[in-house]
Design a protein around this ligand. Structure first.
Ligand SMILES: *Cc1c(COP(=O)(O)O)cnc(C)c1O
Length: 425
């Protein structure tokens, strides 16, 4: 345990981190509930659920117990030609909660792979049926992950720039609002003859800066896609499992997507796992005596029994009345805080959906991921014992559902103070 910082620097390369100018890293030795503890004994409230994954708090005893039992029973088995109880049970349980047309579950390892599988399902289901449409429709500032396919369907940005030439062609549209909805529909119609599928983050675009848009506008776009035989991939990697106040963003929408993607909160944030679900007509497009029509995709750890068990345990906790009441309580408390923030001269575009609240810190500079204020704010909050990782000057809270009212109030107070501290910069 000694010298973790030094040893880390010698061997580790961290995600989304410029290693040359990286700040001092914080060794974490323990997690419990909403808190993470560093090697100096300082505790931090994890207000971003460790990159939006932790649902019920860290080291949850029930999930730990279930996974540990599974670990001693069956830790892993090849998922081609074999199956196991946790995978079957999890698929059964999950499908029951999804839109009625979702009928099959395909397992992978993370959000990006869930998206890759979804894209392959769309393109190959068309290919198998002799369809010629292969282009993909996405939102201009979408984020669907960091692997090549997922990058391709994400907005073009500094993150994707070095790979620009290698990303496949995507037709980008604006996120809908009541003012541009008709224009966006016109765009879709114009390209409908070449578009195989539309991929979108429903209701809130997380990585783009927690941009929230209207469920009814999305519904309209989905209707338009359906009319033009464009498949729909709903990426619920972030929105799934209660984040938006309902179990899934799908619960706000009447149209049904053809394919859905899940990860992040799926296992309660304990183990990496991705899921892609699909409607029968997608699945059926692969059924054939022709072996070439198989979905040739899989990962070594497809449907890992430990991850499936963690997901089963997490979903059990999620559906408990206590957790549902917590989600409602956080939502209400956020709403009240949003009203206060709206009156604050240094907070702009205050927005909220369920347990997610976000706003732009107004410091005279442009709203962007590279707005330097984010880093300063991040350190200020760390000092105050709160992990908040702004996206540039976009500040947000995505707390685990076990956070108490007092802990939330503590965070809100610190936010108001920090907004004042930094108003000059
Ligand atoms: C985080 C995220 C992904 C990518 O998931 P990873 O597990 O990080 O690969 C995909 N889609 C959305 C909407 C996300 O928020």
């Amino acid at each position: 345990m000694k010298n973790l910082k030094k040893r880390d620097k010698a061997v580790n390369w961290h995600p989304y981190t410029q290693m040359k100018t990286a700040d001092d890293i914080i060794p974490i030795v323990k997690g419990k509930g909403v808190y993470l503890y560093d090697d100096q004994g300082k505790k931090y409230i994890d207000a971003v659920s460790s990159w939006w994954v932790t649902l019920h708090g860290h080291a949850h005893p029930y999930i730990a117990q279930r996974v540990s039992e599974q670990l001693q029973t069956l830790e892993q088995v090849i998922f081609a030609g074999f199956t196991h109880e946790p995978a079957v049970q999890l698929s059964e349980n999950l499908l029951q909660l999804l839109p009625g047309n979702q009928k099959k579950v395909f397992y992978s390892d993370n959000g990006s792979t869930a998206v890759e599988v979804a894209l392959k399902m769309c393109i190959q289901s068309g290919y198998n049926q002799g369809k010629e449409k292969t282009k993909i429709l996405a939102f201009k500032d979408a984020y669907h992950g960091d692997t090549f396919g997922a990058m391709s369907v994400s907005g073009r940005s500094v993150w994707t720039k070095p790979f620009g030439e290698m990303l496949f062609e995507v037709i980008f549209i604006e996120t809908p609002n009541p003012g541009n909805l008709d224009d966006v529909k016109v765009q879709i119609k114009k390209h409908a003859h070449e578009i195989a599928c539309f991929i979108y983050e429903p209701l809130i675009q997380g990585a783009a800066g927690m941009l929230i848009y209207n469920a009814e506008d999305l519904n309209q776009l989905m209707k338009c896609c359906k009319e033009h035989d464009i498949l729909m991939i709903q990426d619920e990697v972030f929105t799934g499992f209660g984040r938006t106040g309902k179990l899934f963003a799908a619960d706000y929408i009447s149209e049904q997507p053809d394919i859905m993607c899940f990860s992040k909160g799926l296992t309660g944030g304990t183990m990496p796992m991705g899921i892609t679900t699909c409607a029968d007509h997608i699945y059926n497009a692969f059924l054939s005596d022709d072996k070439y029509k198989t979905l040739f995709h899989g990962h070594s750890f497809t449907a890992n029994p430990l991850a499936c068990t963690a997901a089963l345990a997490s979903m059990e906790l999620l559906l408990q009345e206590e957790t549902q009441l917590n989600i409602k309580r956080i939502t209400d408390q956020h709403s009240q805080f949003a009203e206060r923030l709206k009156k604050h001269p240094h907070a702009e575009n205050v927005r909220q959906i369920g347990t997610i609240i976000a706003w732009d810190f107004k410091n005279g500079n442009e709203t962007s991921y590279f707005n330097e204020i984010g880093k300063k704010i991040y350190h200020e909050f760390l000092q105050r014992g709160i992990i908040m990782r702004p996206l540039g000057n976009v500040m947000y809270l995505v707390p685990p559902y076990c956070i108490t009212s007092d802990e939330l109030d503590f965070i809100y107070r610190q936010i108001l103070e920090v907004l004042d501290v930094f108003k000059q910069t």
